[in-house]
Design a protein around this ligand. Sequence first.
Ligand code: ADP
Ligand code: MG
Length: 682
Amino acid sequence: MADLNTNVQYVKGVGPQKAKLLAKLGIETLRDLISWLPRRYEDRTELRQIADLVSGETAGVAAMIAETPTLSRIRQGMELVKVRAVDDTGTLDVTFFNQPWLRTQLLVGQVYIFYGKAEGNLFRKQMTSPVVELEGKQESTGRIVPIYPLTAGVSQLTLSRSIRQGLDAIRDILPDVLPDEVRLQHQLCRIGYAYENIHFPESPEALTIARRRLAFEELFLFTIGLMRLRNRREVVHIAPYKAVSLQPFLDALPFTLTDAQQRCVDEAISDMRSGTPMNRLCQGDVGSGKTMVAAACVYFAVKNGHQAAMMAPTEILAHQHFEGLSPLLEQFDIRCALLTGSTGAKAKREILSKLAAGEVDFVVGTHALITDTVAYQDLGLVITDEQHRFGVVQRASLAQKGCHPHTLVMSATPIPRTLALLLYGDLDVSVIDQLPPGRQPIQTIAVSGSYHPRIFNFIRQQVAQGRQVYIICPMVEDGEDGPDDRKAVTSYARNLQEAVFPDLKVAFVHGKMKSKEKDAIMSAFAAHETDILVSTTVVEVGVDVPNATVMVVENAERFGLSQLHQLRGRVGRGAHQSYCVLISDSKSDETRQRLRVMVKTRDGFQIAEEDLRMRGPGDFFGQRQHGLPGLKVADLGCDTRLLQEARQAAEALLEEDPDLSHHPATAARVEELFAQRSDTLN
Ligand code: ADP
Ligand code: MG
């Protein structure tokens, strides 16, 4: 008997050959198969009469073959079948390319359904290569038809037939992971009906009902998973940290913390003194000074006798944090180390052994920090910077390195509320809602490429005043192995240096450089050895050079709003007036509207909401980046109300049955979804 883990090749009508095709889509089990959801649907329910066909519109007709089809060859290899079909209202001429078998298959006197784009005029109606099926034997006409995402070699028909077979094999024995009481209370359909109608909807209404049920289920399971992570942590007891004075640290800073920074530090410290592990998100717009909040926590943890780790999403950023923080912390005998993917083997071995022996107190790094080979003597505090780059799972995996380390997540991305609920449902939140004093608002303009001469003049003036400039250059040229941003940046920078600014120092940096090289270039820019830095978006996240006052973004239409906001956040970090110039020749309304949002709005939260509204959550994070287990149907941009319902249901269920012992199917599915999977550790 089949269950969800049955290999698809054993599904009736699939077999080993089709199974091989399906495997290309990652479909291996029956669960994979029925979870392969349509990308969209085509409503082919309605049939028209031939006389009502409108040229240019896609429609279906039921018509009888009136004459024997003819076959002709027009060019070498190109075969044409022509046939005339009729109904009570008129005649339809149908042409098929390269389907010679249709000549003998289409029988005179039989009625077929033709579904395709109509052409011709009032008197002569035509269709070219429509879908054709014998009336009464229809699979892909006369109904709402699912259109699946495909890969080469797998056709819509193969997929929908396999899914049909798969559903038939499993529908009546599908385990329902939603408890009955939840299903009834929230008026959700049964699981079998949901899967049936998400694939082969009986009607648009049935599709809506099915979709709602599956989206609810995803959000429900996801919320339960997060809540259990949270609850699990609350029962953990650890030794509370002692009250260590931060005064020496604060005295060593060149500035006083803002009230908002101080509040975040206080909240984090009170977490660490509470006797349960901290799990806190520190959210603050670009430039709000999150790094110092992190540094204060590091100081506190290390002075309590524990190790601290900080994980950054890029090597440039890890390097910058290390350069910025180690001189500060080393004054207090805090031993610091930098560990990234490009740390040499020998240096790496040394750092690893020191971490294990407790001879390094604070380590900054990239993903390298969460590989299995890194062991700590006593990891007390884990900080992840710019969290949205990391999945939920990665966060957990780093946390597993310590016994129960305190975790602090720093995010500059103002996450729209719906997403925040999901991403950070298991975290407490501190917000830095204040910028350090003396900052002037960044002036933003959006212009077309014809402004280049004026922009270059402006850059020259700024450099003459001792300031520095970023130019972001996303143009991608085609290289031998596909698109290549290296070439684009290199040639742009060369041009700029030779033709526009021969007397200034122009440098460039892109993602494909070795990280030593990148670091050297960034350090030179930070030390003001160069005036202009041409870059890809590798500087998007976190880079801090307060003397830089101009951010120029070429082809600004290629970026999302949140990304533009991040880029703009690279300037305006010191006392000087800063500028952001968005260059775009795009005439599209949408682009103009987006750039207008950037010009008008400084508030990162507002920008993020707009971004989510215009692009949807997949784009907002980049499909892979959001790393949220199991969300396929739910649309985080639109399903806000459903999310609230699902959340309430999840809370109620956990209240009544905290360890889900009475709901084993639900528990098992949540476990499965949250089990650490290597492919979410991108
Ligand atoms: P972000 O929140 O974007 O990570 P950073 O921590 O990089 O911001 O800080 C931005 C800049 O502001 C840095 O140059 C930092 O030294 C400076 N800064 C941070 N806190 C203060 C403060 N309280 N007063 C003045 N400058 C500050
Ligand atoms: Mg930062």
